[in-house]
Design a protein around this ligand. Structure first.
Ligand code: TYD
Ligand code: MG
Length: 458
């Protein structure tokens, strides 16, 4: 009988140590080491097909121009948002991890995908819910699901046996934390189990060319082996986020070996599942007739996708000695920098004011092109002068108060025009090479922050 071996694992990052440590040398977390039994049975344990094919294929170097590659390998699903986030459909043999907080809709998203792939056998492995529960959920969702098979099983060895019998075209695992492999003795959800099960599924995906989706849990305090250690192993990491109390959900690519990692898909959670939101500007702009002070619209890009987003600012006299500065959906340090520019370069006295900033729709914006819209919103609230409704902005603000050029300006202008805006403020430096005659919308170029204010507020 093989001797049982154990090791200590950091539950936060997966660092392995022979002895217990108080502080993890890898991630710096305290008190995260837990002993886990890792009994690697003598020799290599038989996993996915390694038992039946003892002769391992030996890899030889190949000239890069001789390697055949075809884009047709991608499976285009009916879910446009998912296709976009994956970089244009599901790649054969890829391992995709979908992370997100409990209750955000990961199982719903995956089941909906399974039900809407009629020409493909889908195996949905669930270690979390019973067949009845999944059936109940499926009844709420649209889709035929003629070729969707549900397997409630948590042992990877049994799952692989069923896969060999069924030969599915795509496998979904809900969730990786519930699986266990018989080759490792620690409990499901522990770092070594999660790692081993993922490694087995990875081997299966690569050898069979079947795409595999894994659902992974994240908890706020990272108590269980979070998907952090998995991120290195899988091809694509998608994050499903949003406020559980809001209906909008955002699917974001965090890592993608087959496409851009800055893509984003937007869904709305409805009574009958997730609905794709193909025109995000519609939800991000609140409909208003009369102009209000402190509100501006910016033309920003998320990934390659232009969208118009509303910024709200509130500037009020501070009741305490230290003014409050708070931003939702925007970096507070960057807001402080913009406030310093307004103070130093334009002479606005904001140091004794509370400043609150809010990006509509629960989105987090990192695109610097929103700077211009933000400073105009702040000044509009400070002076209590509204900005006309049909105006939008796209420009980065530099430390000396200059308006800097932003990328893909044509796309931003086109989106603003499409949504019925009449005027867009952009940087003077964006004008070079820009064919303004193509657009019906008025394009106002500005070089400095002061130019914008004098043009808007006189
Ligand atoms: P779920 O997919 O179970 O979340 P996760 O797998 O990420 O834990 O979805 C949870 C929420 O979604 C639940 O609170 C109910 C809601 N929901 C709807 O609003 N409409 C629906 O059609 C479905 C299936 C779920
Ligand atoms: Mg779930």
């Amino acid at each position: 009988m093989a001797k049982t071996k154990s090791a200590y694992f950091c539950q936060s990052c997966g660092y392995e140590s022979a002895k217990w440590l108080g502080k993890c040398p890898s991630c710096g977390q305290w008190n995260t080491f837990v002993e886990e039994v890792i009994e690697k049975a003598s020799g290599q344990a038989p996993t996915w097909k390694t038992a039946s094919s003892p002769i391992k294929r030996v890899a030889t170097p190949a000239a890069i121009q001789d390697i055949q590659f075809s884009e047709t390998n991608r499976l285009i699903t009916s879910d446009q948002e998912l296709n976009r986030v994956l970089g244009g459909g599901i790649v054969g043999g890829s391992l995709v991890l979908i992370g997100g907080e409990p209750g955000i809709g990961k199982s719903t998203l995956m089941l909906q995908l399974a039900l809407n792939l009629p020409e493909l056998k889908v195996l949905y492995v669930s270690g979390e819910e019973s067949e009845q529960q999944i059936k109940m959920r499926a009844d709420r969702l649209a889709g035929s699901g003629k070729e969707t098979f549900i397997l409630t099983e948590t042992s990877t060895q049994h799952i692989f046996k069923q896969i060999e019998l069924l030969e599915p075209g795509i496998v979904i695992v809900d969730s990786i934390q519930t699986l266990y492999s018989a080759h490792i003795e620690s409990t499901p959800g522990s770092v070594s189990q999660v790692r081993e099960c993922t490694a087995e599924l990875l081997r299966f995906a690569k050898e069979s060319g079947t795409p595999v989706f894994l659902i992974g849990h994240i908890t706020k305090d990272g108590a269980i082996a979070g998907p952090k250690i998995l991120e290195h192993m899988v091809d694509t990491v998608l994050q499903f986020e949003g406020d559980r109390h809001h209906v909008y959900r955002i699917l974001r690519a965090v890592k993608n070996r087959f496409g851009s990692a800055s893509e984003l898909g937007i869904y709305e959670m409805q009574g009958n599942g997730l609905r794709e939101v193909s025109n995000p500007s519609e939800i991000l702009l609140s409909l208003r007739e009369e102009p209000l002070s402190g509100i501006t619209i910016s033309a920003m890009l998320e990934g390659l996708r232009p969208m118009l987003i509303e910024t709200q600012a509130l500037v009020s006299a501070s009741a305490y000695g230290t003014p409050q500065r708070s931003a939702t959906g925007f970096d507070t340090r960057r807001m402080n920098m913009l406030l310093a520019v307004l103070e130093k370069r334009c002479g606005f006295r904001l140091s004794a004011k509370d400043v609150f900033l809010n990006i509509a729709g629960g989105l987090r914006v990192e695109d610097p092109a929103i700077d211009l819209g933000i400073i105009v919103a702040i000044i509009s609230s400070h002076e209590d002068i509204p900005v006309p409704v049909k105006i939008c902005f796209a420009g980065e603000v530099g430390l000396s108060g200059e308006i800097r050029a932003v990328n893909r300006i044509e796309q931003r202008i086109a989106e603003a025009q499409k949504l019925g805006f009449e005027k867009i403020y952009i940087s003077k430096y964006n004008k070079k090479g820009l064919d303004t005659s193509r657009f019906a919308i008025e394009i106002k170029t500005v070089a400095k922050v002061e130019d914008v204010f004098s043009s808007l507020f006189g």
